[in-house]
Design a protein around this ligand. Structure first.
Ligand code: ADP
Ligand code: MG
Length: 673
């Protein structure tokens, strides 16, 4: 059909040849003819490809030069969430949304300018990410008439990559932020990888510095330890909680626990060690302290128990001997025997008191004590103990330091430490006592392995004597541990010091080395209190008789009988009770005649304090003296720590008791229950 028309046109050619205008038209028709033919061919080809393109999963597209979509294949629908018809002939811009549009435009422009870019874009409605390969469409004249390309869905790939990156980030921060050291080292003995905790623990500024160190030489304290570590590794392929001493860059020793495993290549050859190091230095120190404390606690319980029972026996011996002494004539031939008994009981009393002090079963009367004044007042007495060839130096703290303490006991601590210091310097030397204000903070606790945060007075006693080795230091606080000759040392001095310090909620620390002298440091918690000056007079008290009625509550028959005898011997009338309940009954019976109660603190059925509280309800102003040799856990510790409680500790001599009774009855002591 078309061809016939064309032949007709050619037939007319000669007629029209003369006219330029016509010639021109002919030319146009000729062109139109070729264009149409070409278009038809192209259309045919296009449909062939269209069918092909519609069946692929990647997106195929053709855009014109104005940003309109001329063609997209079926994949378009799945990727963008829109139908092909909806977008054919329309601009592509809405597909990308604001966040991607700029990028889309720039690549589109680049393509129109002749480039073949490869890029990634996200469709705004589906969130799917595609990777594009774009190229310009160039016609025969070399003019760009559009852009076309292929886009592949890479969403899943990108998500996997992101997940991988996230997970890597997580493990990286685990590595970077771990407080334990995480490392990789080589069989050649170098570190390949270490986290910041490692640099901090070993004291290196940069990873490069750390990687440069020779593990054998710079890290291990002893070659045997590294050899033992390697043996374990070779044998089992791993170590768990393997404890070793390693060196800090400063040379200081640190204890670490290693958990690590070997890494092999395909041939089973060890290519690396990977693992974790934990700093155990502080922990080990604490553990050591705990073991020591537990040991002391056990020994303390044992000695405390013995001392308590022995105390009661001693009180009886001492009491009856004392009574006898009061009764017999001064020139009686038995008097000297009696004096021997009494002086022996006096020594035994000191011993049991020492043991009780160590076992912390002693009852204390805590009062604010100014430590500077305590040392100053004690200095005179101390300098008498110290031989001429020892230089004695005292350095007080600048401000006054007040601790809640029993001054006699702190004096005892000083005396025991100074006696030891003196004994350690048989050839003379320097002995210094120093009081300092110390602020115990977390750093202190970490360094020393003991303490609780707060203000402390540090009382130190140093000597330039023979010093001690570690084996001795480990034992010095145990009761009866002594290195001194028989008759010279009892081994109780430091045990007593330890007990007293613990009972004051304090700490004791010792530094010593053979030939290098010794320093003991006693830390006592300080309080913000003012010390009242007391005007004790030490004059000899004359024993006065009395005529009042006294109620004695004491479960130990012998002690009760002894007290009765001593009191009756001095003119008092005695009513006895065997326990707290009976004491209340007896009081009710005789309340009009009873002037004073002497109550043992620990008794069956009802303890002294409880019994006294009941009696106080009947007679609020009643006077009381509590006696005890021992604090039990059931005992209300406040009772005896409260200031003003009239308390006397066993063993007590009849004389002491009689003096205290008179003082109480005459109102010399401002006491209450
Ligand atoms: P004792 O003095 O009766 O031996 P201690 O409990 O006071 O008992 O002391 C126990 C041991 O501790 C002493 O025997 C001595 O070995 C050692 N020791 C104590 N203090 C010092 C010191 N300042 N210098 C050297 N060794 C000391
Ligand atoms: Mg001693």
């Amino acid at each position: 059909m078309t061809k016939t028309t064309n032949i007709d046109d050619i037939g007319k050619r000669e007629e029209l040849e003369e006219s330029l205008e016509l010639r021109q038209r002919l030319a146009e028709l000729g062109t139109s003819f070729t264009t149409q033919r070409q278009a038809a061919a192209e259309a045919e080809e296009f449909h062939k490809y269209k069918a092909l393109f519609d069946n692929i999963t990647d997106l195929a597209y053709i855009f014109d030069t104005k940003g309109n979509i001329l063609y997209v294949n079926k994949a378009f629908e799945k990727l963008t969430g829109h139908s092909v018809d909806e977008f054919t002939g329309k601009p592509f811009a809405p597909l990308y949304g604001a966040s991607n549009l700029e990028k889309a435009n720039s690549f589109y422009t680049a393509t129109l300018n002749g480039a073949c870019p490869q890029f990634e874009l996200t469709f705004c409605d589906t969130g799917l990410i595609c990777e594009y390969k774009s190229q310009p469409i160039i016609d025969k004249k070399g003019v760009v008439v559009g852009a076309m390309g292929i886009a592949r869905d890479i969403t899943e790939q990108r998500q996997t990559e992101q997940a991988l990156r996230d997970s890597e980030d997580r493990y990286r921060s685990l590595f970077l932020e771990s407080r334990d050291v995480v490392f990789i080292s080589s069989p050649a003995g170098r570190f390949e990888e270490v986290n910041p905790a490692g640099l901090e623990l070993f004291g290196y500024d940069t990873k490069e510095e750390f990687i440069a160190i020779d593990i054998d030489k710079d890290l291990y304290d002893a070659p045997e330890t590294r050899a033992a570590f390697m043996r374990e590794m070779d044998r089992y392929g791993f170590v768990k909680d393997f404890e070793v001493y390693l060196k800090h860059s400063s040379g200081e020793r640190i204890i670490v626990s290693i958990t690590a495993n070997t890494v092999h290549d395909h041939n089973g050859r060890v290519i690396a060690y990977r693992g974790i190091l934990r700093d155990m230095t502080g922990y080990k120190q604490l553990e050591q302290q705990l073991i020591q404390a537990q040991k002391m606690e056990a020994v303390g319980k044992l000695t405390g128990g013995i001392a308590h029972d022995f105390n009661n026996i001693l009180t009886t011996v001492m009491g009856y001997a004392g009574l006898m002494q009061m009764k017999i004539e001064k020139d009686d031939p038995l008097m000297s025997n009696l004096e021997h008994i009494l002086s022996a009981t006096e020594r035994a009393k000191k011993l049991t008191q020492g043991l009780l002090a160590f076992s912390r079963k002693q009852i204390m009367e805590l009062k604010p004590v100014n430590l500077n004044s305590l040392v100053t007042e004690f200095e005179d007495l101390l300098s008498k103990v110290i031989p001429e060839d020892i230089e004695f130096k005292v350095q007080l703290s600048e401000g006054s330091l007040v601790a809640l303490a029993e001054s006699v006991q702190i004096e005892q601590v000083l005396m025991n430490l100074i006696t030891n210091a003196k004994d350690a310097m048989p050839g003379g030397g320097v002995l210094s006592v120093c009081i300092e204000d110390i602020d115990v903070d977390k750093g202190f606790i970490k360094r020393k392995g003991f303490g609780t945060v707060g203000g402390y007075a540090c009382l130190s006693v140093s000597d330039t004597g023979e010093g001690m080795d570690k084996a001795i230091i480990d034992k010095i606080f145990e009761p009866f541990f002594t290195t001194k000759d028989v008759g010279k040392g009892t081994g109780l001095g430091l045990a007593i010091v330890y007990g007293i310090v613990k009972q004051h909620n304090g700490y004791i620390d010792v530094k010593s080395a053979p030939g290098r002298g010794t320093t003991f440091k006693v830390y006592l918690p300080t309080v913000d209190m003012v010390v009242e000056e007391s005007e004790d007079s030490h004059e000899e008290v004359v024993l006065k008789r009395g005529s009042e009625t006294v109620l004695i509550a004491e479960d130990n028959d012998e002690l009760r009988a002894l007290t009765r005898e001593s009191l009756e011997g001095c003119g008092y009338t005695v009513i006895e009770a065997e326990d707290g309940l009976q004491a209340i009954e007896r009081f009710k019976e005789y309340k009009d005649s009873i002037s004073l109660l002497i109550f043992d603190v620990i008794m069956p059925r009802l303890n002294g304090k409880e019994s006294f509280d009941e009696i106080k309800k009947i007679a609020p102003g009643v006077k009381v003296i509590f006696t005890s040799g021992y604090t039990e856990d059931i005992l209300d510790k406040k009772l005896v720590r409260e200031e003003g409680v009239n308390f006397i500790s066993k063993p007590v001599s009849p004389r002491e008791l009689l003096i205290r009774i008179r003082e109480t009855l005459d109102g010399k002591l401002a006491m209450n229950g």
